[in-house]
Design a protein around this ligand. Sequence first.
Ligand code: PMP
Length: 399
Amino acid sequence: FSWWSSVQPAPRDPILGVTSAYLADTHPDKVNVGVGAYRNDQGKPVVLECVREAERRIGGQELMEYLPMGGSAKYCELSVGLAYGEDAQVLKDKKVASVQALSGTGAVRLFADFIKRFRPESEAYLPMPTWSNHHNIFRDANVNQHTYRYYLASTRGLDFEGLKEDLKKAPNNSVILLHACAHNPTGVDPTPEQWKALSKLFKEKEHFPLFDMAYQGFASGDTQRDNQAIRIFLEDGHQLACAQSFAKSMGLYGQRIGCLSVVCDDAAQATVVKSQLEYIARPMYSSPPVHGSLLVATILSDSDLKTLWFKEVKDMADRIIGMRTALRKNLEDLGSKQNWEHITNQIGMFCYSGLTPEQVDRMTQEFHIYMTKNGRISMAGVTSGNVKYLANAIHEVTK
Ligand code: PMP
């Protein structure tokens, strides 16, 4: 008798599997442009100076106690202020229920569980393509999921007509997942005018917008520009939810620090909704970890540290934008006949290169360059030192 004989190996994660393969390769020129984690121009992980200073300030404090089930209220308030804009009317009216979550993943999962419990008839619509883990999250929360058209391969840009058509066809009161900025994996975002049109469409269809905001500040370098979609929807009076993560924007990946916020009818409803979010969290993990929320709250509540963070997040965004320019230029200088404009048009951490799975295989086998099968290149892994090598490999496999 064996308890676990029926257990089969789980499918490999399409993103995390790339890193394992990279680590196993001993070639000196190997490059990892798979996982979305920021690297400096020397290819090294970065701890932001604002985070170091926040650590110095909180060091030695009595910070081992449990947080409440919903996490640090101060952290949540600061976090939501950043996402919605500090002057947002819904915040003044105390209409927003917010809880600390286990980074962006945990925030989306908590909301999916909330949907299942309180709007079980609602189905979720995810962009095609989207971050692969979104599909796992809604599957495991037992929320029916569909996709809507988002990316048009022929233009390597937004399929705005297809997107609108699919959201019109979706049943009223669907939950629509939107990437607030720096869409992963495509790097393609709607323009402000397109967001406004979408907001109108959501009104007509009474769809619920769930904003996944994993890259605020990372896209443009300006946190208040990267939240424009949310501000547009709030101005139109939508109820919305927002899943925030500080993994990328503050480089707090492993601290698992995020926030789920839900806009309600009024303050009383916000209190009720928050209590139910806590009630979902309690049997899963009881309460979230303390360190990340202290770091973020320390940075966001101090004007010097906040200014330093704004500068550092802009530096990261600018380095990535610079690498986009360099990659495109190198390809053009090599005489590539392909159009590489999308490399500089796309925004955020990723370049959706258009490489086919076969070309990606060649990138890895012949050049030891590791990336996901869908042709996504993490621009954060590109440096002055490897951009030429990368461009040459792309040129060779796309000739
Ligand atoms: N949403 C999107 C679109 C992402 O790209 C990511 C990070 N890869 C996340 C959510 C969540 O990441 P984390 O749980 O590390 O905050």
